[in-house]
Ligand binder design. Structure first.
Ligand SMILES: CCCCCCCCCCCC(=O)SCCNC(=O)CCNC(=O)[C@H](O)C(C)(C)COP(=O)(O)OP(=O)(O)OC[C@H]1O[C@@H](n2cnc3c(N)ncnc32)[C@H](O)[C@@H]1OP(=O)(O)O
Length: 194
């Protein structure tokens, strides 16, 4: 059984957005947006190290291998970790619009348990945009990209300006991220080019 709250249903006048002309090409790895991001950063020892890849249109795919550090029940992935994998994958979609956005709402269905060492194959797509609101959905499968569904989610991301991070983040990390020598990562974190 699954159901989605009204807040995740795009209004009738929502539009199907267009992929940004400078979005990464289909098949291209998106890379981490921030070294210390728990979802994608390579600097997080127990992080998910999730790698997202641009798909066709407004879609991405991603893979995440469940580690022992990600357990909830013995030998099984923690539900919050699975939601993090969905959140990170959904968040990476916004780079196809070259928009910075944060998760406003995220609803997850947990369909099957996911054992440690399992590769979770994720795919996600943007379904609609209404003003600053970006509607999207994602699915995670096990046993291969066409395997059975283990988790799925629908989300609403809200577009923000870079000031959202500058005003709310801890100054030490903000300054370090702005000085990141990785130009692509710095652009993803701080460039707004709708
Ligand atoms: C440096 C690295 C960067 C890198 C880029 C980021 C990478 C992403 C990483 C993974 C994702 C994350 O973990 S993101 C981190 C987790 N999320 C957060 O921390 C967000 C915390 N929340 C907030 O800061 C705020 O609530 C915002 C920004 C989401 C919204 O505040 P606001 O800007 O004042 O906008 P507001 O007027 O309230 O809302 C705008 C519209 O959205 C609707 N709306 C807002 N929130 C919701 C909601 N929860 N559910 C339904 N609808 C909502 C409103 O009704 C309104 O609709 P209408 O009246 O227009 O119709």
């Amino acid at each position: 059984m699954s159901g989605t709250s009204a807040a995740l249903k795009p209004p009738a006048d929502a539009v199907r957005p267009v992929r940004h002309p400078e979005a990464p090409a289909p098949g291209e790895l998106l890379g981490a947006h921030y070294e210390h991001c728990f979802g994608c950063g390579e600097g997080q020892r127990h992080g998910l190290h999730l790698q997202a890849r641009a798909g066709d249109g407004l879609s991405v795919t991603a893979e995440f291998t469940v580690q022992a550090a990600h357990q909830g029940a013995p030998g099984l992935a923690h539900g919050g970790i699975l939601t993090t994998a969905l959140d990170e994958t959904l968040g990476s979609l916004n780079w196809l619009l070259r928009v910075i956005a944060v998760t406003g709402r995220l609803e997850t269905d947990f369909v099957r348990p996911v054992p440690v060492d399992t590769v979770l194959h994720l795919d996600a797509e943007i379904t609609a945009v209404h003003g600053r609101k970006i509607y999207s959905r994602a699915t995670g499968r096990i046993g291969g990209p066409d395997g059975p569904v283990a988790v799925r989610a629908e989300a609403l991301f809200i577009e923000v300006k870079v000031d959202h991070f500058i005003e709310n983040g801890r100054p030490a990390e903000i300054e370090a991220a702005m000085a990141d020598p990785d130009q692509v990562r710095r652009a993803r974190a701080f460039e707004v080019n709708p």
